[in-house]
Design a binder for this molecule. Sequence first.
Ligand code: ASP
Length: 340
Amino acid sequence: MTTRRSLLAGLGTCGTLTLAASYAQASGVPAPRGTSGGQGAMIVSTWDFGAAANAAAFAKLRAGGTLIDAVEAGAMVPEADPTNHSVGYAGYPDRDGHVTLDAVIMDDAGGVGAVAALENTIHAISVARRVMERTPHTFLVGEGATRFARDQGFPQQSLLTPESEKAWRDWLKTAKYQPEANSENRTRTPGGALDHDTIGLLARSADGRLAGACTTSGMAFKMRGRVGDSPQVGSGLYVEAGIGGATSTGLGEEVTRVAGSARVVASMRSGASPQKACEEVVRHIAHLRGDAIRGVQVGFLALDPKGNVGAFCLLPGFTYAVTDAHGVTKVLKAASLFQA
Ligand code: ASP
């Protein structure tokens, strides 16, 4: 399996355009930096497994990394985790047995990179970052994204593990080849180590700058070519300087329909707190979709430049991890619109 070290070795072979230069090219706004030793920084992320991701992100800031370094490092943790079947390596495949990854990374200075339907590279978030830093584009998909990753020196390997292949083959026996919303949730141990879904991370520096990352293998046993909310700017992730950031998890189609994360940030721009903004979009989805979203989970997490956090979801069960300025992490349960 790819290790952090081997990936970094791969990165070392690539071009020389610096991150700071790419920010300047993108927007003219200075890149958000780290927060001298992580002081005053804050990291939030979706689900309980976000706690380990937050720790890696916080450590990166402590070591002098930028906010983008931090959210990338955080996202890489579940991407490499063979027990997490919703992100990266060992993600559940599409209905034809291919593991395809979606990811986006974004700062508050106009820097954006994304990939969708990426195959054979564990760290989709790093490929997304590379799109941001080394291409004139913001989003590469499918064969083009896969080829880009290979050409950039990312190690290539199958992402399907015996365990996730078995889950897929078992699914084929009964599912009649029909993808089903949130089916991966059934394999969860609520609140336990196996609790999993997309990871979205938001990081804030002491001076209120923001960045975010979102990475997933998407809906389990999806149609080939299906892309959810996660890699789409404004759906799975949105970050705006001076206003805040938001990220989503759950059934991506319901988030994409309303450009969910952009809507959360728009509410914050109009004066809503991160909590009220998350509640507004969840209520909007429920109102818009009525019976069509019965039994479907969607959750949002938001952070503003002052460090206020909001989270809300359709159904009980959505947890999130908050790491404060001292590096102390708490896993919290989001309030839900419906009780079951
Ligand atoms: N939002 C992701 C998607 O629909 C899945 C998830 O959060 O589990 O692709």
